[in-house]
Design a protein around this ligand. Structure first.
Ligand code: ZN
Length: 420
């Protein structure tokens, strides 16, 4: 985190670049639109913020225009990412289809469509086809500048290399360098992360900036959690933070899980588990969608089973809510479209958490619905694009000092800073 030494009248170049990176991240994510908001979010002196904004404007990385008139106070200039015609193409990959769309700075999404995509085709065939589709999407847009590409994957991702790690639902993809492959293809910055993290990032961008700690659950075929800690995606030491799907739960007994272990939450509360449970009862379902249809038709057995799944998820979540004490739990993924599921999670959280943890806890479905991951992928791509631009340009100082002018620092922003 950026600390400005009180003895220095201006921040050091390294501090300043780290601060600039944080500011770009907040502006790109729609979490701050003015100098005042940046100062509040970052807990940094207004004078330091203003100095850095001047530098970013001089760089063409940030534009300052118009005014905020809504609060009735003194009009404020609105900050946007520079070259505000820049946009990202984004894709949220599933097992048999992909949602694609265009995301602009601040998170607005357009041109959304669902296209066939087969994970089972393997990475090279699948990504080749996807890249063609995304290229066509950018071409159809016709205006603006394609700044980056964002991809959400339904499996764990090594964020430092952008490659896939031991995915249970992506056979043939283990170790594949998705980011490098796409960067070579597009010649642009590419951001790759797992679906739950990107869903959390997308949802965070449309929530009040005060909700800086949140847990976003993607309850679909598997169960993933994206954690926002202090306004950032928290990934943990080895990138598997939030992987609650393999938390062991007593009720699950020795049911085998996709991870090779037994008794995981996934075996009793995921879409895949519900399909298995119904099939064991002789109900001819083949996908999570079939289960959703049954429950939506108010089939009593289906409703009961879905409610039980929500109860188990709530049980595991309540331990995490007690531990992490978030402002909010956002429920996404296809199972969260079912009211009995959401109601069961909510009641279990209230039952299983300390009252202090639930006193102000917001428990809601994701506002962005099925688009949350897509928005997150686009935002992460834009962040990465602007960080890359920041990284590659020198930052002229309005009042150059000898010490700043003498600081050679070709790579001031750590690569992984982009992904925080
Ligand atoms: Zn497991």
């Amino acid at each position: 985190m950026t600390e400005i030494s009180s003895s220095a009248s201006v921040p050091s170049l390294a501090d300043s670049s780290s601060l600039a990176a944080r500011m770009l991240e907040l502006i790109a994510g729609g979490q701050a639109t003015s100098r005042t908001e940046l100062a509040e979010r970052l807990g940094t002196a207004a004078s330091t913020i203003s100095l850095t904004v001047q530098r970013l404007v001089a760089q063409g990385l940030v534009a300052e225009e118009g005014t905020h008139a809504s609060t009735g106070g003194r009009p404020r200039k609105v900050l946007r990412l520079g070259g505000s015609d820049g946009y990202a193409v984004a894709a949220d990959l599933g097992g048999s289809h992909a949602r694609i769309g265009i995301v602009v700075s601040g998170g607005s999404l357009s041109d959304v469509s669902t296209v066939p995509f087969s994970m089972a085709d393997g990475p090279e065939t699948g990504l080749d086809r996807l890249a063609t589709i995304l290229g066509d999407l950018a071409e159809r847009r016709g205006s603006g500048t394609l700044a980056g590409v964002g991809v959400s994957l339904p499996g764990p991702v090594d964020i430092s290399s952008g490659s896939v790690l031991l995915p249970s639902r992506m056979p043939g993809w283990t170790g594949f360098p998705v980011r490098t492959w796409l960067e070579d293809r597009f010649g642009l910055p590419v951001a790759v992360d797992n679906d739950a993290n990107l869903m959390a990032l997308g949802e965070h961008s449309v929530r009040p900036a005060g909700a800086r700690q949140s847990i976003t659950v993607k309850a679909g075929t598997g169960i993933g959690v994206g954690i926002i800690a202090d306004g950032h995606v928290y990934r943990g030491a080895t990138g598997c933070a939030g992987d609650i799907t393999h938390v062991r739960i007593d009720t699950a007994g020795d049911t085998p899980c996709s991870c090779g272990n037994t008794g995981c939450l996934e075996t009793v509360a995921s879409g895949a588990a519900l399909v298995r449970i119904f099939r064991e009862r002789g109900v001819p379902v083949t996908s999570t969608l079939d289960v959703i249809r049954l429950a939506t038709d108010a089939d009593p057995e289906a409703t009961r089973t879905v409610r039980r799944a929500g109860h188990y998820l709530g049980e595991v979540l309540s331990a995490n809510v007690n531990f992490f004490n978030p402002d909010a739990v956002y429920l996404g993924g296809i199972l969260s479209t079912l009211e009995p599921f959401v109601a069961a999670v909510r009641s279990q959280l209230y039952e299983g958490c300390h009252p202090l943890a639930t006193e102000h806890l917001l428990i809601e479905r994701v506002r962005l619905g099925a688009d949350a991951g897509l928005v997150g992928a686009g935002l992460l791509a834009l962040q990465r694009a602007f960080m890359t631009a920041l990284d590659s340009r020198s930052i002229p100082h309005p009042h150059p000092s000898p010490s700043l002018a003498a600081s050679p620092s070709p790579s001031r922003v750590p690569r992984n800073h982009v992904h925080r």
